[in-house]
Ligand binder design. Structure first.
Ligand code: ATP
Ligand code: MG
Length: 320
């Protein structure tokens, strides 16, 4: 990616709170139209990072540019180009969905006709048109999140920052929010920068970065991370009578130590496809069922953020 097309760039950006290094010195480059996921456990520094990039918190070290403007020197220019959806909803519960949008539109400085048109568009996009006059207090968590998102994109920002947009939502509503985000990226060409704990959901991201205790510990496409950090595939064999002699032979043929379960064994291998033809004749009729589990983004995340969990974690390419 070239620097010119970058919409979000951070160079050694960091923040200390007293002695605590909330964010150490992180480099980021997010291209125009990219869907970027910033992942990490509680306290990793995700919100602090988003707040520095959106001019709400001043960095202790390093610098950053958003939409071509320096976050410290030109905060107003940055703010004009961004939308922000906070970790906690910041809607006014007493106002209706539409009134919340009107208020935001005035703050953004949208003209009356433009605001009216844009409100219709975002209400339709987030399927809120029928509930527009109801006060937000009466909405479910999922619907409130939809209003938050609608408000975040009302002024057509170049880049939308979202801090855990699916926090507290059930799986159905999480899926809906992600569906909306994918549409924003594909149909409106918006650059999206979001944080999440829900790793499996980060699959649609073009690129992700995993942070832990303020440090970037892995980055790449979801597939690259799964390949580099998630490691091996697990084969679970449910069988009658897995005697020690059989287990020893399984270990020998797979080069891996099988783990006993209540009903059989699990072996971790590089490629289940390569190993199964060797294993199946060995077990023969004793095999009752078989399943193969491929590494998930959750495996990657746990491997990367658990001390000693993955040696590849620190070896992942630091560049973009
Ligand atoms: N205003 C503040 N004053 C002091 N410490 C802070 C402040 N804001 C954040 N921190 C500390 O900085 C660290 C990173 O916090 P941050 O909120 O950025 O993490 P996070 O990754 O967003 O976590 P979560 O997933 O729980 O939202 C934490 O140790 C937190 O206690
Ligand atoms: Mg946070």
């Amino acid at each position: 990616m070239t620097g010119e097309s970058a919409v979000v760039q951070a160079f050694g950006l960091g923040k200390d709170y007293g002695k605590l290094r909330a964010v150490d010195a992180v480099d980021i480059e997010v291209g125009s139209g990219e869907f970027f996921g910033f992942l990490g456990p509680n306290g990793a520094g995700k919100t602090t990072m988003i707040h520095m990039l959106t001019t709400l918190v001043s960095p202790t070290r390093g610098r950053a540019e958003v939409a071509g403007h320096d976050v410290v020197a030109e905060p107003l220019a940055v703010r004009k180009n961004i939308g922000l959806v906070f970790q906690e909803t910041t809607l006014d519960g007493e106002l209706s969905a539409e009134e919340n949008l009107q208020l935001a539109g005035k703050l953004y400085g949208l003209g009356r006709a433009e605001l009216r048109e844009r409100i219709e568009e975002v209400l339709a996009l987030f399927e809120l048109t029928d509930r527009r006059h109801d006060s937000v207090r009466t909405f479910s968590g999922g619907m409130r999140r939809q209003v938050d998102l609608a408000r975040g994109i009302l002024h057509r920002p170049t880049v939308l920052f979202l801090d855990e947009p699916t926090l507290g939502l059930d799986p159905v509503n999480r899926g809906r929010v992600w569906g909306f985000l994918e549409r924003l990226a594909s149909e409106e060409g918006m650059t999206l920068f979001l944080t999440t704990h829900y790793l499996e959901e980060a699959e649609p991201c073009d690129r992700v970065m995993i942070v832990d205790r303020g440090q970037a510990i892995a980055r790449g496409t979801p597939d690259e991370l799964k390949r580099d950090l998630g490691g091996r595939e697990s084969i679970e064999l449910v069988m009658s009578d897995p005697d020690p002699r059989l287990l020893a032979e399984v270990a020998q043929r797979t080069g891996a130590e099988p783990r006993r379960t209540a009903t059989g064994v699990i072996v971790s291998v590089d490629s289940a496809e390569a190993v199964l033809p060797l294993l199946l004749p060995l077990i023969g009729e004793r095999l009752e069922s078989l399943s193969v589990r491929r590494p998930t983004l959750d495996d990657v995340f746990v491997a990367a953020t658990t001390p000693g969990g993955a040696t590849a974690g620190t070896g992942a390419p630091a560049g973009q």
